[in-house]
Structures are given as structure tokens and as C-alpha cells.
Design a protein around this ligand. Structure first.
Ligand code: WQD
Length: 338
């Protein structure tokens, strides 16, 4: 498998994955509609790797646009990142999330089938587990009791992919359930830079570190956790991106199949712990205010990623200190955007 189509290639996870795909000598065809990313990311990927992505500006709901990409290129495998991903926003705008995160995948799958391309890596999320009954969470844990439309949209697509594989065992499908990706490429050229006011924790902390915002609102300190604030499994974007190379190799080796893997470190950190480590590593103060809980949030969530270790020979290696340092370095190198 040489020719990889990456949807959402200019996004946070997509752009980092493209860097490692190019460095592993894959040919990368990319599409993005810039709804939550910037075109300049393409040049930065080229600066980092010395290689270019064959890029198409295209919305995943644009069937003709997708057909053109598959007619122009012999695609061997698709990595589908293109989706909205903010929990709070999804509670306010559910239909926008179901159209963008579910309908677009249905269009993609139909076009893939028309072109007999049946290898897919799908970016899902730990939010499909909803309020976990046990932690750490493994892939056998129950899914579906999602607490927000973002997580529900990912849960729906996982079921669509399962039905698709049951209807045609020639498909090769790998679902990655990401926990909380943070950090940035050490070059400081690419990172998590959502348009507008950040919904996710680390991009918001970076806005406070740049003094664009005065303080961080901590959404609730009355959860049943180590210090009352939400606990999550933060994973370096480099570790997460490299897992996709392992996923390609797995699908190449197995020829077909349906696989699900948690991508996390297996360690949970609270919001207050993140703030403290960020301040220590970067010698910068992050003022905080305790605010009300955010709708759709859960108390605690972290991964058991043993299955990915055993079946993909993949393991997260970067520390929370690395994640905080690289995130801050990205902000410093992109001051005008913060
Ligand atoms: C983390 C913790 C908040 C912002 C998301 C989505 C999805 C996924 C990444 C890929 C929670 C707290 C946050 C703030 C805060 N991406 N927080 N103040 O909601 O765990 O999940 O993870 O799949 O985007 O599933 O991530 O970064 O929004 O929140 O206190 O300004 O930080 O309450 O405890 P989340 P998050």
C-alpha cells in the first residue's frame, strides 16, 4: 500500500499523521475544506518533510469532488480524520455534527466502494464509551452510552463500519479510539490551532499562556477524582500519529478484517495536574477560575492500550512534560495566531 488518501489532512491529527506518512515514504493525497484548519499547514508539512502532499480542497459531502480524487489517483487506503470534535459545541449544534461526522462518512464509503477501495482507518474517540463503568477502559468495554452528540456521531459511524464489514468481508477496517491528543511537532511549525475560541483544554491553556485570555475556566471541581477536576488520558500527537503507520501495516498484513484499538497512555491526569505541570515545564503562570461543569463532560476516562501493544506493536512513549513543552513551543512559534 503506497498511496494513502488522508481526509482532514490540514487538521491537527491529520497534519501530524501526514508528516510521518511522508517520512515513511508513502505517497499522500490529501483533502480538506478548511472548516477547522488552515491552508498554510500544507507548506509547513513540506518544510518539515521536504515533500509535498497532492492536495484537493474538497468537502466530504461533495460526491463529485471525491469521485474526482479517486479517478485522478490509485488510492490504496483511506485515513478518515475529517470531523468536528468539540464536545460542548456538539451539545449546542447536534445536527451540524451528525451531518458533518456521519453523512460525510457515508458519502466517502459509497465512493470508496464504487472505486473498489476497501481499506480504511477511521478516527474515532474514547467518547464512544460514554460514562465508563470501569477504568482503565479496554476495547471490550461497553460503548453507546454517549453523553454528547460528538461522541454519538462517532458511535454511529463505528456501527456503520461494523455493518459494512459484515456485509462484505473484503473490507479492511481499523478503528482508532483516540483519548485526548495534545502536544505538537517539535519543529513548532504545526500544532492544535482550532479556529475561534478553543473548546479543548490545551489550546485554551495556550491562549492563556500567550495572555490573549486572562484565565482558564476549569469546568467543575466537584467530580469524584483526585482533586475534583476532570481526569483524562492525554497522549502526545506524535505517538498518536505514528499509530496510523502501524494501522496501515496491520491492514496490509491481514488483507481484510475489522479491528478496534484504544490509543492512550494508560495514565489519567486531572485538569489541575495538567496546569501545574504546564506551569512547571514552561515557567509560565496559568491563572485559573473554577466554573460550572460543562454539559456532556464525564468525570474520569483513561485507556488500557494493551491490545494496540500486542497486535500493532505500538505504545505511547512521550510524557506529559513532553506534551506541555511541545504545545508551548508551538504557541511561541506562532504568536501571531494566539
Ligand atoms: C478535557 C478536560 C474538561 C476546556 C475531547 C473530545 C474530542 C477529542 C479530545 C478526538 C475536561 C476540561 C476543558 C476548558 C476545562 N478529540 N476543560 N476548561 O472533552 O475530554 O474530549 O477530547 O477525539 O475533542 O472527545 O477534551 O480538552 O475539551 O476537556 O476545564 O476550557 O478539560 O472539563 O475535564 P474532552 P477537552
Amino acid at each position: 500500500m503506497k498511496n494513502i488518501l488522508v481526509t482532514g489532512c490540514c487538521g491537527y491529527i491529520g497534519s501530524h499523521t501526514c508528516v510521518y506518512l511522508l517520512q515513511e515514504n508513502y505517497n499522500v493525497i490529501g483533502l480538506d475544506n478548511f472548516s477547522n484548519s488552515k491552508r498554510e499547514v500544507l507548506d509547513k508539512i513540506t518544510i518539515i518533510t521536504g515533500k509535498k502532499i497532492k492536495f484537493y480542497e474538497c468537502d466530504m459531502l461533495d460526491r463529485d469532488g471525491l469521485n474526482r480524487i479517486f479517478n485522478d489517483n490509485k488510492i490504496d487506503l483511506v485515513i478518515d480524520f475529517a470531523a468536528y470534535k468539540a464536545v460542548g459545541d456538539s451539545v449546542i449544534n447536534p445536527v451540524k455534527y451528525y451531518i458533518n461526522n456521519v453523512s460525510s462518512v457515508l458519502t466517502l464509503l459509497d465512493v470508496m466502494k464504487d472505486h473498489n477501495v476497501k481499506s480504511l482507518i477511521f478516527s474515532s474517540s474514547a467518547t464512544v464509551y460514554g460514562i465508563p463503568k470501569v477504568v482503565p477502559i479496554n476495547e471490550e468495554c461497553e460503548t453507546g452510552f454517549t453523553t454528547n452528540p460528538y461522541g454519538t456521531s462517532k458511535y454511529y459511524v463505528e456501527n456503520i463500519l461494523n455493518d459494512l464489514y459484515k456485509s462484505d468481508n473484503n473490507w479492511s477496517i481499523c478503528i482508532f479510539r483516540y483519548f485526548n491528543p495534545i502536544g505538537a511537532h517539535p519543529s513548532g511549525l504545526i500544532g492544535d490551532e482550532p479556529n475561534g475560541i478553543p473548546a479543548n483544554l490545551m489550546p485554551y491553556i495556550l491562549k492563556v499562556a500567550s495572555r490573549e485570555f486572562e484565565f482558564l475556566n476549569i469546568f467543575g471541581n466537584d467530580y469524584d477524582t483526585v482533586d475534583g477536576t476532570g481526569v483524562r488520558d492525554y497522549i502526545h500527537i506524535i505517538d498518536l500519529s505514528k499509530a496510523h503507520i502501524c494501522g496501515i501495516k496491520k491492514l496490509e498484513k491481514e488483507k481484510s478484517g475489522f479491528y478496534i484499538y484504544n490509543l492512550g497512555t494508560g495514565i489519567g491526569y486531572s485538569v489541575l495536574e495538567i496546569v501545574k505541570i504546564f506551569e512547571k515545564v514552561n515557567k509560565v503562570e496559568i491563572p485559573i477560575k473554577i466554573a460550572n461543569r460543562r454539559d456532556g463532560d464525564i468525570s474520569i476516562c483513561y485507556a488500557d492500550s494493551t491490545k494496540a501493544k500486542n497486535e500493532l506493536n505500538w505504545k505511547a512513549i512521550y510524557s506529559l512534560e513532553d506534551m506541555c513543552r511541545d504545545s508551548y513551543n508551538f504557541m511561541i512559534n506562532n504568536k501571531n495566531n494566539f
